[in-house]
Ligand binder design. Sequence first.
Ligand code: UTP
Length: 291
Amino acid sequence: MARIRKAVIPAAGMGTRFLPATKAIPKEMLPIVNKPSIQLIVEEAAAAGIEEVVIVTGRGKTDIVDHFDAHPQLEEILRRAGKEALLHEVVAPTKMVKLSTVRQQRPLGLGHAILCARHLIGNEPFVVFLPDDLVDAQRPCARQLMDVYEETGKSVLALMNVPRSETHMYGIAAGSVDPNDPRRVVVDRLVEKPSNEQAPSTLAVVGRYVLDPVVFDWLARTVPGRGDEIQLTDALASMVTTSGILGYLFEGNRFDAGDVTGYLLANLNWAHKQPRIWSQIEDFVRSHPSK
Ligand code: UTP
C-alpha cells in the first residue's frame, strides 16, 4: 500500500467564532502556551511521518507563512547573545517538514480549500489536518489513521463519540463496528451537522482525515451545500458508496481551539505539561474560588 508522505492544512477560513481576536490575526497563530496552534499541528504531522505539508491560506494569513520561514536577523541576535535554547525554538518550525502554501482566493468552503492543493498533492493518498482540532495523544492521531490506511487502502476519518446534544456541531458518521477491532467503523452514511433528533449516530468526525486522491474528483463535482459552501462531507458521502470509507475512534484528547472555551482548555492541557507554569496556575485557581 502507498506510503503517505503529504498533508494539507486548510487555514483560509475567517475564524468568526473568535472575533474580535481574529480580525487582524489568523486564528491559527493564536498561541497554545508559547507556540502558535498551527505549529502543534505541523509537529503532529512531522511526528506521524509526514514529509511535505501544504498550508491553504487566504487574505490576511501571511503571518502563518512568516512563522515557518527563517528569520536570519533574529537568529543572529539570539546567537550573539548565547541564547541557544531560544534560537532552537525559533529555528525548529523551519525544519520540521517541507512546507508550501497555496492561496484560496475566495472562502468557498473546506472542500474547495482542499481542492486548491490538488496540484501539489498529485495522485497520492494524503492527510488533512484541520488546524482548529488539536489532539493530545501518545501516538499522533494522524499516525493512528495512517496505519489503518496503510493496512486497508481505504480512506479513514478520525471519529469521536459526542453527546447527542452536540451532534449539530459536527459531521456525523454512521456504520458498523469492525468485529475484529472495536475502534474501526465501516462507514455507511455521513451527514454534515444534522439536528440532534435526526443525527444517525453520535460518532462525530473530527479534524484528521486520510484521503485517497480520488477525493479530488469528487470535490471537483461537488456543488455548494450547507452554508452555500463546497463541503468536504458531501464529497466524502459520495465516496462512502463508491470507494468505501472507514472511521477510526482514535486514542487521545481533542480540543476545539477554534472555540474560545476549547482554546482555553487546550492552553490548560499544554500548560499542565510544564510544571513551573502549572504550579502558578494552581496557585491562581486556589486563590479564586468559583462564584
Ligand atoms: P470552519 O467552518 O471552522 O470556519 O472551517 P472558520 O472560518 O475557520 O471558523 P469559524 O467557524 O468562522 O469560527 C473549518 C476549516 O476549514 C478551513 C478553515 O480555515 C478551518 O481550518 N476553511 C474553511 C478554509 O480553508 N476555507 C474555507 O473557505 C472555509
